[in-house]
Design a protein around this ligand. Structure first.
Ligand code: G3I
Length: 333
């Protein structure tokens, strides 16, 4: 009887250990002095217990996938809705997670009213009001703000946006954000600029010029929305990050996801995806100024890329080879 009971307890403990995917990424990241983050839809925190559990267990940084964008916060001029963003902030506080604010100036997900015709003075008032209200509300609670998102187009020129009517709006946005929360680090964030090339040259030139003029830009975010053929070595990602580091900028990987390739066996496709995650994390770990590694979601059940399984947990919240690749890479000296 005695033996049987202890055998039973032993089997249960064994099963519990087996069911755990090993040390959580967040504790391994802490030991490497970086933060590991994920983009979050706060409504899912209420709807899916596993979503909240895995997020709390694995990540020490969260970023709102949508709910802190202009279109979500200020649906009508001067009318703000902070309910979903507050939910995320509360979750992060309870789970000792840093928060990234995303995003203050972007050409997408703007409310319809922003496409009205405004004078320069009106746009200045609109921009100031938004940044003061939003950044001010979370003063001291948001570690990093993506102040400007994707301002450079794929043609390596400044995009046209409703903000254009206000000359110097990029610079003004950074200065307003600094004034509203001096403790937050302020970022320029973009995609398709991971490696050397015309687009990253344009971002580099822009940030160099802003820094030279004393505009408070603290860091640059590389999104890394890629597919399984991505190779950091091929695009010379380490060299690219290094030149931004030389400007004195902090470097973050901000939105990584990796499309699963459509060829090969399932095991091969998952391994190829894992390899891309591994290589990008290695580049970050080898760059002293790379301090944050963030995924755009974490479960394939909820990704803006639909059914292409781009993340590190599967639709049932089970860790994929990509998860274990990150775990092992964080454990390597
Ligand atoms: O808000 C409506 C909601 O009311 C409605 O019920 C629902 C039904 O489809 O649509 C909701 O809006 C969608 C929103 O996501 C929230 O789910 C929009 O249609 C959809 O376009 C929007 O997509 C987001 C996209 O940004 C907008 O451009 C993605 O979820 C989000 O992952 C994506 O994130 C961007 C980053 O902010 C910047 N970098 C690139 C990245 C991927 O595109």
């Amino acid at each position: 009887m005695y033996l049987t009971r202890w055998t039973f307890v032993g089997v249960c403990l064994g099963l519990m250990v087996w069911a755990q995917p090993g040390p959580p990424l967040r504790s391994l990241a802490e030991a490497r002095k970086i933060q590991i983050g994920a983009a979050v839809e706060p409504s899912l925190l209420l709807q899916e217990p596993q979503y909240a559990q895995v997020l709390a267990r694995e990540f020490n940084l969260v970023v709102a996938e949508n709910v802190m964008k202009w279109g979500a916060l200020q649906t009508a001029r001067g009318e703000y809705n902070f309910a979903a963003a507050d939910l995320l902030l509360n979750f992060a506080q309870r789970n000792r997670q840093a928060v990234r604010g995303h995003t203050l100036v972007w050409h997408q997900q703007l409310p319809r009213w922003m496409y009205g015709s405004f004078t320069s003075a009106e746009m200045e008032a609109i921009l100031s009001d938004h940044i003061r209200t939003v950044v001010g509300r979370y003063r001291g609670q948001i570690a990093y703000w993506d102040v400007v998102n994707e301002a450079i187009g794929d043609d390596a020129r400044l995009r046209s946006t409703p903000f254009d009517v206000l000359p110097g709006y990029l610079e003004k946005a950074f200065r307003l954000a600094r004034a509203a929360d001096p403790s937050a680090k302020l970022f320029y964030n973009d995609y398709g600029a991971e490696g050397l090339g015309a687009k990253s040259d344009a971002i580099y030139a822009l940030l160099k010029e802003l820094r030279a003029r004393g505009v408070p830009v603290d860091g640059v975010g590389f999104q890394v929305h890629v597919d399984s053929s991505f190779s950091p070595r091929q695009v010379r990602m380490a060299e690219n990050l290094e030149r931004f580091a030389q400007l004195g900028l902090e470097i973050h990987i901000t939105e990584m996801d990796v499309l699963l390739s459509s060829t090969g066996s399932r095991a091969e496709r998952l391994e190829r995806q894992a390899q891309v995650y591994r290589e990008v994390l290695q580049v970050c770990l080898r760059q002293p100024r790379c301090k944050v590694f963030t995924l755009w979601g974490f479960t394939d059940a909820h990704s803006w890329r639909g059914a292409s399984e781009p993340l590190i947990f599967d639709v049932d919240y089970q860790p994929k080879p990509a998860y274990f690749a990150l775990q092992r890479t964080l454990q390597q000296p």
